[in-house]
Write a protein that binds this ligand. Structure first.
Ligand SMILES: Cc1ncc(COP(=O)(O)O)c(C=O)c1O
Length: 426
């Protein structure tokens, strides 16, 4: 039910072919993977990277984000959505999340825009598409760029449109824990030739002679401007080309399984699905790291830790929380990474300008960890097995009163800055 990715003979053969031909560092298989990825999204360009983090870094450079610039990013996400901006001399302003989608709240963006704001980073968090119409409207009005971080939402639809196609540039992690899993790897897609070429000039020196056409970039071609080498390992590409062929089918299966699970639990007291409303033509793609909402008030104030502990005792892998709010981490407050004598977050801003965000400034992000929990990420729609997990949740919900005494002694599960440690426990 949980093994991922699903490794087929075709995939093994694809990897072995690259290995035996000694082509791990070439780019021919990677280019086939890129073509397939671009075709799937109906975009002109796809550029493979050695991970999702480097794809985001290149996207930022591609947009021309640099010294003293600001990007707006949700506080609840994996650090790679925004942290690469530091090494470009830029910084990040965090926005709060919408408590229903768990993605950036469009109503919390506009007042954070300054003269230095260059882009809004949108994360389709744990597969749920963000409210792109509202975000695009703000971006258009303020002439801002949008970066979509699609690392959690491969193949998801927003009102019938594929996520990753509603921005200037979109990035995907395809590391092996993600729903489209190829190994360490990332993908950048765009329709903008300048973004594409700037991403190439930044960290893909091996393509300079064939791909750089823009005159202003040509002069410096040959060496990577970022000083980075972001080429995808071709064993990843070999997995990727096969994944592309079978992912959509696998995604349908997961979507069916997860919706079946939540349909059974619809009336269960204390818990709610984190999923798009039915009939909205919005979907969660591969449901990466799925979450549920916890309503402690419906269960006599039972703590989320105690609730999850009891569900785990019934055999279902669940844990409370999600990513911790980034704006509270020292790296976004006090850490002086580059020895500038100031916290890096504000080091390149004009003197006296301080954009750091104190505890209490993003209330939804700061409290969401007590209101969401992970649910099993089913990869197959096997109703009999799923029913057993459903029974575990129902049993705990129905018997919550038995759990109230001694609740304070509930196991405190350590929250983490990433989601992967939790997935490993499944
Ligand atoms: C939202 C998000 N963005 C970016 C990344 C970075 O991707 P990678 O781990 O492939 O570098 C991740 C990875 O976990 C992620 O969850």
């Amino acid at each position: 039910m949980f093994t991922w990715p699903i490794v087929t003979k075709e995939m093994e053969d694809s990897v072995l072919e690259v290995l035996r031909a000694g082509k791990m560092s070439d780019i021919d298989v990677t280019q086939r993977f890129e073509e397939g990825f671009a075709r799937w999204h109906g975009v002109k360009y796809a550029l493979a990277h050695n991970n999702g983090t480097s794809a985001i870094h290149s996207a930022m450079f591609g947009l021309g984000i640099g010294y003293g610039d600001e990007v707006i990013c949700p506080s609840i996400t994996y650090w790679a959505s925004c942290l690469p901006v530091y090494s470009l001399g830029g910084t990040v302003v965090f926005a709060d999340i919408d408590p229903e989608t768990l993605c950036i709240d469009p109503d919390d963006i506009e007042h954070r825009i300054t003269e230095k704001t260059k882009a809004i980073i949108v994360v389709h968090y744990t597969g749920m598409p963000a409210d792109m119409d509202a975000i695009a409207e703000i971006a258009q009005r303020h002439r801002l760029k949008i970066i979509e971080d699609v690392s959690h939402a491969h193949g998801a639809l927003y009102k019938g449109k594929l996520v990753g196609t509603m921005s200037d540039v979109a990035c995907f992690s395809i590391m092996s824990g993600k729903s489209l899993a190829a190994g360490e790897g990332g993908m950048l897609i765009t329709n903008d030739r300048r973004i594409y070429e700037r991403a190439i000039i930044f960290g893909h020196y091996e393509r300079h002679s064939s791909a750089i056409q823009l005159e202003d970039l040509k002069a410096g071609a040959g060496l990577p401007w970022g000083g980075y080498k972001y080429r995808m390992h071709q064993l990843t590409s070999a997995v990727g080309v096969i994944q592309l062929r079978k992912y959509r089918e696998e995604m349908e299966e997961i979507d069916g399984a997860m919706n079946y699970f939540w349909d059974q639990l619809e009336e269960t007291r204390g818990i709610r699905a984190h999923r798009p409303s039915k009939g909205s033509r919005t979907t969660k793609g591969g449901w990466y790291s799925p979450l549920g909402f916890y309503r402690s008030e419906e269960l006599g104030g039972l703590s989320i830790d105690r609730f999850c502990e009891a569900v785990r005792a019934e055999g279902a892998p669940v844990s409370p929380g999600c990513n911790l709010p980034l704006h509270l981490h020292p790296v976004f407050n006090t850490t002086d990474i580059y020895g500038q004598g100031k916290p890096t977050r504000i080091a390149n801003l004009p003197p006296g300008v301080d954009i750091r965000q104190t505890p209490g400034s993003l209330p939804v992000s700061e409290s969401i960890g007590e209101k969401v929990f992970s649910v099993p990420w089913f990869k197959h729609r096997r109703s009999k097995v799923i029913d057993e997990y459903v029974a575990a949740f129902r049993k705990v919900s129905e018997n919550y009163k038995d759990l109230l005494p001694g609740d304070t002694k509930g196991e405190q599960v350590a929250r983490s800055w990433g989601l992967s440690s939790r997935l490993r426990r499944q």
